[in-house]
Ligand binder design. Structure first.
Ligand code: GH3
Ligand code: MG
Ligand code: MG
Ligand code: MG
Length: 306
């Protein structure tokens, strides 16, 4: 991903995905006629079905009916707004209810907009365009706020937040958690020998290789400092952490990036690992422990994990 190009690119609504929720097939048909040729539409006939779709494949915008059997639109919206990962999907209510207090209930439930039935094609299209544009701009800002500009992996700000959340969740649920601190070996010499531009490219490739070495959706890598990265591995004990560390070491060795000034001849990394095992002492400071182990790896030959 290229952040600079992303930033400059005009937000494109072409591939926007909209979920239409309504218990009446005729209403779904009407909206499909108005928006179907411009956006990717999905349909749900109940609040529960809408929630299932949001959790498995979140849309960019939801058009929500209010009156539905079982889970009504207001309750469904409240659940969405209180569920992590899907809470920022904008919900536009489309309803036959017209009283002021009924409209107010839609705003109170967390809706971003309110339209009455029967829908007029042009106002609906314009409002959908406006909400999608705002959603995509917010997504882009989040990306810029949380990703490292050079390497495209998460930045320190995101790391601090994610690590705090995952550590407290591990404590709450009595699960293990591990952290890897990764530092490129002899990178100062690499810069001196090959120049900053080449070094920047290899730094990016290293970040990408670490990212590709992680296989669980909850594993993340962040740039911690200049040529240092941290991986957070939730629900992973010492054995699993060691396995991931070895995989990273091997994948980076396999790149065979020449490094004349390193005794290993190729660009390598050293890894410090730290783990809180399930139901163990949750006061262990993972970052400090990983830093200590990284220091040991550096002083016992580098190109290894401890
Ligand atoms: P060690 O094996 O002990 O880690 O040695 P080292 O040379 O990698 O470590 P040191 O901390 O002394 O130097 C890190 C160097 O990494 C400093 C700088 O030349 C380089 N570096 C840090 N950030 C960047 C970056 O963003 N781009 C480039 N090109 N080089 C960087
Ligand atoms: Mg209805
Ligand atoms: Mg360093
Ligand atoms: Mg280094």
């Amino acid at each position: 991903m290229n952040l600079a190009t992303d930033t400059l690119a005009k937000v494109s609504l072409e591939n926007a995905r909209i979920l239409v929720v309504d218990d009446q097939p005729i209403n779904i048909q009407v909206i499909n006629q108005i928006l179907g040729s411009s956006f990717q539409l999905r349909f749900a006939k109940s609040g529960q079905e809408a929630l299932d779709i949001c959790l498995s494949d979140p849309p960019d915008l939801i058009l929500m009916d209010v009156i539905m059997p079982d889970l009504d639109g207001l309750t469904t919206c409240k659940i969405i707004k209180n569920t992590p990962n899907i809470s920022d999907i904008p919900v536009v209510f489309i309803t036959s209810l017209q009283k002021a207090e009924e409209e107010n209930a839609c705003w109170q439930a967390g809706g971003i907009d309110y339209m009455t039935k029967p829908v007029n094609p042009l106002p609906l299209t314009n409002r959908v365009n406006a909400h999608l544009t705002q959603k995509f701009q917010a997504d882009l800002l989040k990306k810029l706020a949380y990703l490292d500009g050079l390497t495209g992996v998460y930045n320190r700000r995101y790391l601090d937040d994610y690590l705090a959340r995952q550590t407290s969740q591990a404590k709450r649920t009595n699960h293990a958690i591990s952290l890897l601190m990764i530092d490129i070996d002899y990178f100062k010499q690499f810069n001196d020998e090959y120049g900053h531009l080449v070094a920047d490219d290899q730094l990016k490739l290293t970040a990408y290789t670490i990212k590709e070495s992680l296989h669980r959706p909850t594993d993340i890598v962040a740039r911690y400092g200049g040529e240092e990265f941290i991986c957070v591995l939730p629900d992973t004990g010492a054995e699993g952490a060691k396995h991931v560390a070895e995989l990273i070491l091997n994948n980076i060795r396999a790149l065979e990036i020449p490094h004349k000034l390193s005794p290993h001849k190729y660009l390598t990394v050293s890894v410090g690992t730290a783990t809180i095992e399930a139901k163990q002492n949750y006061n262990i400071e993972l970052t400090a422990l990983a830093d200590k182990n990284l220091y040991k790896a550096k002083h016992t030959g580098r190109n290894k994990a401890i």
